[in-house]
Design a protein around this ligand. Sequence first.
Ligand code: UT7
Length: 352
Amino acid sequence: MPALITTAAPVAHVAALGLGVYRPRRIVPNAEIVEAIDSSDEWIKTRSGIASRHWAGPDETIVTMSAVAARRALEAAQLTPDQVDAVVLATSSQMVLGPSAGAVVATELGMHDTAAYDVSAGCAGFCYALANAANLVRAGQARHVLVIGVERLSDLLDPTDRTCAFIFADGAGACVIGPSETEGIGPVAWGSDGSQTAAIKQDKDFQEYFAEVAAAEATGGTSQRPYIRMNGTAVFRWAVTFLEKACRTALGNAGVSVEDLDAFVPHQANSRITDALVKALGMPESVAVARDITETGNTSAASIPMAMEQLLRSGEAKPGDTALLLGFGAGLAYAGQVVRLPEIYSDTSPEK
Ligand code: UT7
């Protein structure tokens, strides 16, 4: 049997080099949502921290939002699309099973023959994709990887669902990963628990839906399209009891203590979950905590890059700062790692 040879040149250190986001144009305040779910602006703000969110219009698709965020991330990293060897795109709201959104986005960006694929890990998706990308670069399999987290969750919302209608939102964030002189992405802490699949899920699959439509046509009855559903209490309990350990593992993996952190960027699920983690971890007041949920809502796989950008844009954190990222959600799955925060694009750049 012939011995296999390797041409890959492993890389000692990797880092996030540039960050870009896309926020959909339409801002939806709580006032627009409350009537259909018999709620109030006060209840939503107090129980979740959300004041408004962005919902995408027809032209703001998974592909178009990703492409704008990606171009901005490349600009921040001072790289061009032809320097990217792989695109890893995390989403749970692409409405077609194929082709992968990653492949379409790569082509939209003018890339040719570039490895591209999607990752489905719910709200942990961005951190899963980031770990994947860092390891591709480390192994010498790719020099620069574009990681994208993107969602159009408004497509999956039942406007009368009191648990989901006010939480989920749309947007995209992208980050370029590449070689670095010093380490910029710590080893991931990740896991999943499929015994809690029912805690966040699409309520019926498309086969069930088509059967329902056929039955409704035959009997003159009604059918309802699939929606995202969540047992908010179960997810909340898991988040505030289990995720402290995940954070401590991610910190330990990188050899960093809570006191060494400049910033904490958890998935923007609920500001009370963020508060509980900050308290459980004993985070010093000097740590800048991402609170992008207030004006962005919960954008699932897009929330971490969008929240990173908000922290950097506001000046609460700066490129090079040490930050703990933590994604968690449907699966139930989680992933977290310590990173050095990347550069962001200039906010005067035109929307390309
Ligand atoms: O991104 C993936 C990960 N997702 C998450 O991490 C989400 C985690 N879960 C949550 O964020 C929270 O569970 C929610 C924000 C979804 C709900 O907040 P909660 O404090 O857990 O509400 P609850 O379901 O325990 O309900 C508390 C009360 C109930 O009234 P009573 O029985 O105390 O009188 C509900 O009927 O609030 C009522 N309620 C509402 N009231 C106004 C529930 N939903 C609403 C609503 N508006 N939308």
